[in-house]
Design a protein around this ligand. Sequence first.
Ligand code: LRH
Ligand code: MN
Length: 383
Amino acid sequence: MTDIKAALRAQRIETPSWAYGNSGTRFKVFAQQGVPRDPYEKLADAAQVHAYTGIAPTVALHIPWDKVDDYADLARHARDLGVAIGAINSNVFQDDDYKLGSVTHPDARVRRKATDHLLECVDIMDATGSDTLKLWFSDGINYPGQDDLRARQDRLAESLAEVYDRLGEGQRFLLEYKLFEPAFYATDVPDWGTAYAHCVKLGPKAQVVVDTGHHAPGTNIEFIVAFLLREGKLGGFDFNSRFYADDDLMVGAADPFQLFRIMYEVIRGGGFTDEVAFMLDQCHNIEPKIPGQIRSVMNVQEATAKALLVDRDALSAAQSAGDVLGANAVLMDAYNTDVRPLLAELREEMGLAPDPMAAYAKSGYFEKIAAERVGGNQAGWGA
Ligand code: LRH
Ligand code: MN
């Protein structure tokens, strides 16, 4: 049990700055009280999640949603709060110029503009001390014939190569794929294979990020995880959950068994290291934001604890013996284990309250920010 606790103590989950801002769907964005007005306040809220879980010490930024005059000062502010700035997320999906694509756009002027934004994000990494750039492209087409699928891949590869060459010592980028939305006929980076192929061509500083909401229904995501780990190309996760499409709900909420299976393949594949970024990518459209993040971190922690409990020797013995039911039972025993007492004990050993949700609710932090954060523009997706 000591090793499991040690592994859990070393777990690191990165929360997204945009989860603390207002978010919604095309139908409605429901504003909430106490929502941050700037990246400084977002970091303060993220620090609360770390304060009560003990395993969420970094915060991903999204540019320009988190644009500031002095990124080094923002990084200092993060440190003063006991957290650090994590991955820098580019945004080439909200400018009018990007209607027909960004780095894949038929017009070279638009491609130049998009690539320059990606390069600016590397400058921000230099200023914040972040080592990871996360690239997601909304690029795609809505109708057959609208553009040349192959030519768009050539344009994408050209831009990625330029950004790859700009990466400094210890820096890397993670290429994110997504089956559809906002494009509804063809997306230029639609699946893990496309992302993987581009990353292999580029080199070791390019890896794939698996957003758990970006697959066709029924996709065996843990197989993709096992494969990418085997190839040394799994750079990280954008954790969330969904019942239908890219719902961006709390990770583990829709399918906790899937999250367990994913974390088991991570552990089995040697991916439970700092090499793999465990990031949340979620939107709390109707539920309170900070408790939503605390609950999400706890969901990943519970799935991880269950996966660490898998009796690996018994499993491989049953697998080698062709004992189908026996092997499945080993995994299910771990999954059906209630790990909440273990995690409560671990938190106390880490000097934390055993129940983070209750501790945060009792802290009065929400009442404080609801009273203080009056006026100004609440943060959001700025779409
Ligand atoms: C795209 C995505 C991407 C982010 C955005 C907030 O759906 O998953 O990771 O840039 O959400
Ligand atoms: Mn994502």
